[in-house]
Design a protein around this ligand. Structure first.
Ligand code: DGL
Length: 270
């Protein structure tokens, strides 16, 4: 009954943590493609190829259902994967839709016409590839009208987090927030559209100020997966055991994961 969780590196651990809290009886197999991180500066074909390879590895672990806990892969590769590659007995889900449903106050399966919503000015922080894909704006336009989105590609931030350089990461958060606020001085909401960014959530909140509501994905994704599994329990795969896999060097990857989640995490080579 295992479920796979995929990310380009360590960011998906923020989602995994929320999944483990919400679904404590489900074994999760985590796959971090640390050898190829960051994805956010790669082209679409590369992101598609790497994401498919990671998902196949998770299928081999008995995870018929894989959550792409990576906005870059969800934004750039997921649609193509679902349309051309995922077999009928497997599922790959992304992290964008739960976030947009929360922002537009919709429930799953609400396919009514786009309508006006409470928020008008939304700041999006994401990787360069996610911003360039415009997937966030596309998904939002299916559900809401009249929402102005200002997107800030946060170059360098994933790299700094992956390397554990939190001082650089904090400085980058401040300069990216400042750059966005120069273009949109008063957003009502800010979306942390990369699963690495919840690790810097305090820095984002401090730089944005108390008037901005910050949407962070982990809890939203966990709630959405719990709802999905309630409706589709058959998608729990045959795998029985949770584990952590990486394409990088398991020792340093495990050390950084342990620091981030504040509990001992040991990775195996994927
Ligand atoms: N954490 C990922 C995301 O949500 C990927 C970041 C990257 O590899 O650039 O976008």
């Amino acid at each position: 009954m295992a479920v796979g969780v995929f990310d380009s590196g360590l960011g998906g651990l923020t989602v995994l943590d929320a999944l483990l809290r919400r679904l404590p009886d489900v074994p999760f197999v985590y796959f971090g493609d640390n050898a190829h991180t960051p994805y956010g500066t790669r082209d679409a074909d590369d992101i598609f190829r790497l994401t498919c390879a990671g998902v196949e590895r998770l299928w081999a672990e008995g995870c018929d259902l894989v959550v792409l806990a990576c906005n870059t892969a969800s934004a750039v590769a997921l649609k193509r994967m679902q349309e051309t590659w995922v077999p009928a007995d497997k599922r790959v889900l992304g992290v964008f839709v739960p976030l947009i449903e929360a922002l537009t106050e919709r429930r799953w399966g609400d396919n009514s016409a786009p309508r006006e919503v409470a928020v008008r000015h939304v700041a999006l922080f994401a990787t360069p590839a996610t911003v360039a894909s415009r997937a966030f704006q596309r998904e939002l336009a299916f559900r809401a009208i009249g929402v102005d989105v200002e997107a800030q590609p946060c170059g360098g931030l994933v790299d700094a987090i992956e390397q554990g350089d939190m001082i650089l990461a904090e400085a980058l958060v401040h300069s990216h927030v400042e750059a966005l606020l120069r273009r949109m001085p008063r957003p009502e909401a800010a979306v942390l559209g990369c699963t690495h960014y919840p690790l810097m959530e305090e820095a984002f909140r401090a730089a944005l100020g108390p008037a901005v509501k910050v949407y962070s994905q982990p809890e939203l994704v966990a709630e959405s997966l719990a709802d999905y599994l309630g409706r589709r329990p058959g998608m729990l795969g045959p795998g029985r055991q949770g584990s952590f896999l990486t394409t990088g060097d398991p020792q340093p990857v495990g050390n950084r994961a342990t620091l981030f989640l504040r509990r001992r995490i040991a990775f195996d080579r994927a």
